[in-house]
Design a binder for this molecule. Structure first.
Ligand SMILES: *Cc1c(COP(=O)(O)O)cnc(C)c1O
Length: 573
């Protein structure tokens, strides 16, 4: 028995599995929204004293460090970090079989400790041990790197290795939560573990106790984008894993043509959910025959509130961090003080922009922020669809724009989008200040979501499952201006918590016509509603809207509320 873990192995736990977890900025084991959400989940679990243990990979070389050359082209460098400065190595090791070899796995322990006294241990699995072949030692190096053979090996380590590690450490697990399909080999491992004795069953197939596995598993699907669902060819599966369970049984569970990790999770989980109401519906259409619930995402309130706002909340809404429902009392915050706190966050952001990019921005100018993975469906270029029009709007009331975001290393189209923003920056120089902050990470995200005036989001419907950066903005009184997709369908009250862009989700817009429709609405509202309100000499109009973002959006779209729902709807059933 491991002494450090003794406190956790005494009671039954929820095991939360995620390929990536972003718990703090200096532990670079995340790429974006999925990982940050996982980190926020764990932090809320700790605050709420939930019995949870998290399992992920160590990703020794991280996702990547983003460097942008003068033309705006992205270059990737491995992240250099040392797990030993943050975590302790546990002495227990486990093995999985990959391509017929034993692959040894060790685990690093990190504990998220809440001011409430709650703790969540996190296990970071690592194959960089001397007993492994040089190739196997690299399995846990890169997040989302390599080919599909590399990926399936990572997922075997995460899912099967993770269950074995929990067992070796004597955890008693009452639910396994798969955060996205990457982790679904954990269900396969459970199937192997609960295999019935052939003597006790009627036919060969019933040695596989699917019902018992399903009772233990919860699955959250995170994207309607097809490429987000891992699929592996059966020849590859056979090469890497061998026939650990008969292929006809596996194909029934994971798909006829490919091993589809999402199908595997769907078939082996009793509770399945999407991450916003709309995403639940979209997923229900994608996966008919399964009952898909919806639990709308939230963000960790304390993590995503900047220090200026935190000070203000401490003064007027004491207890807010562990009870975000108290934001209902935001009305008590004096408007002038709210505006001043925001001004201070904005000054800090603009200083950072100046230092890192050399772009000088004016604190009195309406500032728009846009940061997310650089990929086509997020449409980062939408704002620039009609430069003439944008320049005219800029004459009515000046604007400036700050961008950030990484493209996946293999996504040249995504990289071209970043380069495109550099192009607009140069073209509009002297008229509209535009900056692109390199190396988007948790620290930059907090600066951005708290320091801009408007948080812009323009995804192509219905591809944004939830989106979370807009919730972070709302925690800082930053108003959302966004396409009605994901969480914003639920959070948006037109002209009150922010503004929508384009058609309502219930209206069907012509495919292809949506860009033009959205851009017209974006320009109209920017020109006729947002700019006049922002530049109105009476700042209390704007401050009132900031309060609404806090009292109506931050109040609800936080991970404390989200976790209470996971507990009552998914974990204790
Ligand atoms: C919040 C966050 C994201 C996810 O933002 P979305 O709006 O969900 O796309 C990605 N990267 C970082 C660094 C973040 O902090």
């Amino acid at each position: 028995m491991n002494n450090t873990l003794h406190a956790f192995t005494a009671e039954p736990m929820i095991a939360y599995f995620s390929m990536e977890i972003g718990v703090k900025n200096d532990i670079p084991t995340y790429s974006g929204g999925l990982g940050i959400l996982a980190g926020d989940t764990i932090k809320s679990a700790a605050d709420l004293n939930l019995p949870m243990v998290a399992v992920t990979l160590i990703t020794r070389k991280g996702y990547f460090t983003q460097e942008l050359d003068n033309s705006g082209w992205q270059h990737e460098k491995p992240v250099v970090w040392d797990p030993a400065t943050h975590m302790t190595l546990l002495k227990e090791t486990v093995k999985v079989q990959i391509e017929g070899r034993d692959v040894h796995i060790q685990a690093w322990l990190y504990q998220v400790i809440s001011p409430t006294g709650g703790r969540v241990p996190m296990l970071f699995l690592d194959t960089d041990v001397p007993e492994n072949t040089p190739e196997d030692r690299c399995i846990t190096d890169y997040l989302y790197g390599g080919d599909s053979a590399y990926r399936i090996k990572q997922e075997v380590v995460l899912g099967m290795g993770g269950v074995r590690m929990l067992h070796a450490l004597e955890f008693h697990i009452k639910k396994y939560h798969m955060n996205e399909g990457h982790a679904s080999f954990l269900a396969l491992e459970l199937l192997l573990r609960f295999k019935r004795d052939i003597e006790t069953v009627w036919d060969e197939r019933s040695v596989w106790d699917v019902g018992r596995v399903r009772d233990l598993c919860v699955f959250t699907t995170h994207t309607p984008v097809e490429a987000g669902h891992d699929k592996f060819s059966y020849p590859l599966v056979s090469k890497v894993l061998g026939e650990i369970i008969p292929f006809d049984v596996l194909k029934d569970l994971a798909g006829k043509d490919n091993l589809n990790m999402t199908m595997l999770a769907l078939n082996l989980s009793k509770y399945i959910n999407g991450v916003a109401k709309k995403h639940g519906e979209v997923s229900q259409h994608m996966f008919p025959g399964y009952h898909i619930h919806a639990i709308t995402n939230g963000v960790h309130t304390f993590t995503w509130t900047c220090s200026e706002m935190a000070k203000l909340f401490d003064k007027y809404i004491p207890g807010w961090a562990n009870e975000p429902e108290l934001f209902v009392r935001s009305g008590n915050i004096p408007e002038l003080e709210l505006w001043e706190a925001h001004r201070e966050a904005k000054r800090k952001l603009l200083a950072y922009v100046s230092n890192t990019t050399g772009v000088e921005m004016d604190p009195n100018v309406l500032t728009l922020g846009f940061a997310r993975r650089a990929t086509a469906y997020k449409r980062p270029h939408l704002l620039f669809s009609d430069i003439e029009r944008l320049l005219k709007i800029n004459e009515k009331g000046r604007i400036q724009i700050i961008y950030a975001g990484k493209a996946h290393p293999h996504d040249d189209n995504g990289k071209r989008l970043i380069q495109g923003i550099y192009g607009y920056r140069d073209k509009l120089k002297g008229k509209i200040a535009i900056a692109f902050l390199p190396g988007y990470n948790m620290d930059i995200a907090l600066k951005l979501v708290s320091g801009v005036d408007i948080w812009l989001n323009t995804p192509l419907r219905p591809l944004e499952a939830s989106g979370t950066s807009g919730m972070k903005a709302a925690h800082n009184g930053v108003v959302n201006f966004s396409v009605l997709d994901g969480w914003w369908i639920e959070g948006h009250i037109e002209g009150f918590t922010g503004w929508s862009i384009g058609a309502k989700p219930t209206e069907t817009s012509e495919p292809g016509a949506s860009d033009a429709e959205d851009v017209a609405d974006l320009y109209d509202k920017l020109e006729n509603l947002i700019i006049p309100k922002y530049y109105n000499p009476n700042k209390s109009n704007w401050s009132r809207m900031m309060k609404n973002a806090i009292s109506k959006n931050a109040y609800y779209f936080n991970s404390h509320r989200m976790m209470r729902r996971y507990v009552t709807e998914a974990y204790i059933r």
